[in-house]
Write a new protein. Structure first.
Length: 470
């Protein structure tokens, strides 16, 4: 296995091709904004002797003394200059490089990739890219975007062939879904380091427990075979692999060729791979981050497909039950003792004692809501409790949920879809969601996204049981 310590926790970082505006300065701004405190070296022969953001600019990495190592460089120069720049990096004994530049095989310049490979193999430099953003490691303040948070980090590891999507998923997870990354990678064309190298690392990385992949192409049959083996090992170790494979349409396949310079492959083959390895296929970024949220918040708790649901309306009950069953989830009948328990504290007017439980107006009464959650939690036919919350995102209900959850033994899941387009409502809802995330209660924004995520989570556990992994 490759030792990635100098990549993910570099003693210093170099940016080659820095400019006073744009280009490599973007990465400088990212690192400074993230609070990266170790040495940053800037290189551009045209700006040698100047300073940018109080950081001096050198002409070449070879000007840095031998006793000052540079573990990781970001190469932000035109593609045709990359071989020469990497030659200098090799002489400086740089361990890892991200090639930000495009203009390689995705536009027909395969010869430039071959020149880069010849140089990096000569000096044993490991390369991410080209045509990518590199790495985001919040724990170590290394980032590829100014807006990403580094104060908190979690257990989601991501490998993406799109830099934009790597940023988008990271930001969305942090700011909307309470799902924090351990390490996120944008790997572009994969001329050197590829999916398998990082999957092998994630297999042993104690900080990473969930893996998300955005795959456009796999470079060879040999890498594909190793990919399958590695995903199997991750599943066997209890680390779910969420796989977003694109390329089902002709337009998509053509875009992939021009984006990362590879062939997409048959979607049916990938579905077979998922079935064989236990990987969980999703169709878009929303499915991916919602499933990651479900794993990050409730994967440690026992749960099967039997769901207990409580709502404040008959229509919502029907929609939820119908959608859940469409995604292979079950909405079992309540046990007789649970029905009797509800009769003790829920008015029998405008209330139906079945699953889904339509509390009607009683849903808005905190003591009844509290007792309802506990009653569903105690029902032997139910493995998880889902409640729909569309208003009253206030302190009273938040404390009610906290009190109930502290007494519950089963997963508690919230669906809080939007019904009011109002800034004050939005502010209350954001606070409400963040407090639930702190308790490890996932909050979904639609019934369908909830059903899809819970179906995949159950599928993962069923795969482990079938293959005697748990």
């Amino acid at each position: 296995m490759i030792d990635f310590e100098k990549l993910f926790n570099p003693r210093s970082i170099g940016i080659i091709g820095v400019k006073e505006r744009h280009g490599g300065k973007y990465f400088l701004d990212c690192l400074l904004n993230a609070g990266y405190e170790k040495p940053i070296y800037l290189f551009n022969p045209r700006l040698k002797g100047k300073t940018i953001e109080d950081v001096p600019v050198y002409g070449s990495v070879l000007e840095i003394p031998k006793d000052k190592p540079i573990d990781y460089v970001i190469v932000a120069v035109p593609a045709k200059i990359c071989p020469k720049v990497l030659e200098e990096c090799g002489k400086k004994e740089v361990a890892f490089a991200t090639i930000f530049a495009s203009g390689f095989s995705e536009v027909g310049n395969r010869h430039l990739e071959l020149e880069v490979l010849e140089v990096v193999k000569k000096y044993n430099i490991r390369v991410i890219g080209p045509n990518c953003m590199g790495i985001f490691v919040p724990k170590n303040k290394v980032t590829f975007n100014r807006g990403l948070l580094t104060a908190e980090y979690g257990d989601l590891g991501g490998i993406f062939q799109s830099g934009g999507l790597a940023i988008y998923i990271s930001a969305k997870g942090q700011r909307i879904y309470g799902t924090y990354p351990s390490k996120m990678l944008s790997i572009g064309n994969q001329i050197d380091l590829n999916f398998v190298d990082f999957l092998e690392y994630f297999l042993e990385d104690e900080e990473t427990k969930i893996i998300a992949l955005y795959v456009e192409n796999i470079k060879s049959k040999e890498i594909g075979r190793k990919f399958i083996e590695m995903v199997k090992k991750l599943t066997a170790k209890g680390k779910p692999v969420i796989l977003w494979k694109v390329g089902s349409g002709e337009a998509t396949r053509e875009t992939i060729m021009s984006h990362t310079g590879g062939l997409a492959g048959s979607l049916k083959i990938w579905e077979a791979v998922a079935k064989q390895t236990g990987a969980l296929m999703v169709k878009d970024s929303n499915e991916l981050i919602n499933l990651a949220m479900a794993f990050q918040h409730i994967s440690s708790m026992p749960m099967n497909r039997n769901m207990g649901i409580t709502t404040g309306g008959g229509g919502a009950s029907i929609e939820t039950a119908d959608t859940f069953e469409r995604y292979n989830l079950k909405v079992p009948k309540l046990a007789p003792e649970t029905v009797e328990k509800f009769k003790e504290f829920v008015p029998d007017v405008n209330t139906i004692f079945r699953n889904p439980l339509d509390l009607g107006g009683s849903m808005g009464y905190p003591p009844t809501f509290y007792k309802s959650l506990l009653a569903l939690d105690a029902d032997p036919n139910i493995s998880a409790v889902i409640f729909i919350k569309v208003y009253d995102f206030n302190h009273v209900f938040l404390e009610t949920i906290k009190k109930a959850y502290n007494e519950m033994k089963k997963p508690l899941i919230c669906i809080a879809y939007k019904i009011v387009d109002d800034t004050s409502d939005y502010a209350n809802k954001v606070h409400f969601k963040r407090e639930l995330f702190k308790m490890k209660i996932p909050v979904f924004e639609s019934v369908e996204l909830t059903a899809k995520a819970l179906d995949k989570l159950c599928t993962f556990r069923e795969y482990q049981t079938t293959h005697k992994l748990i």
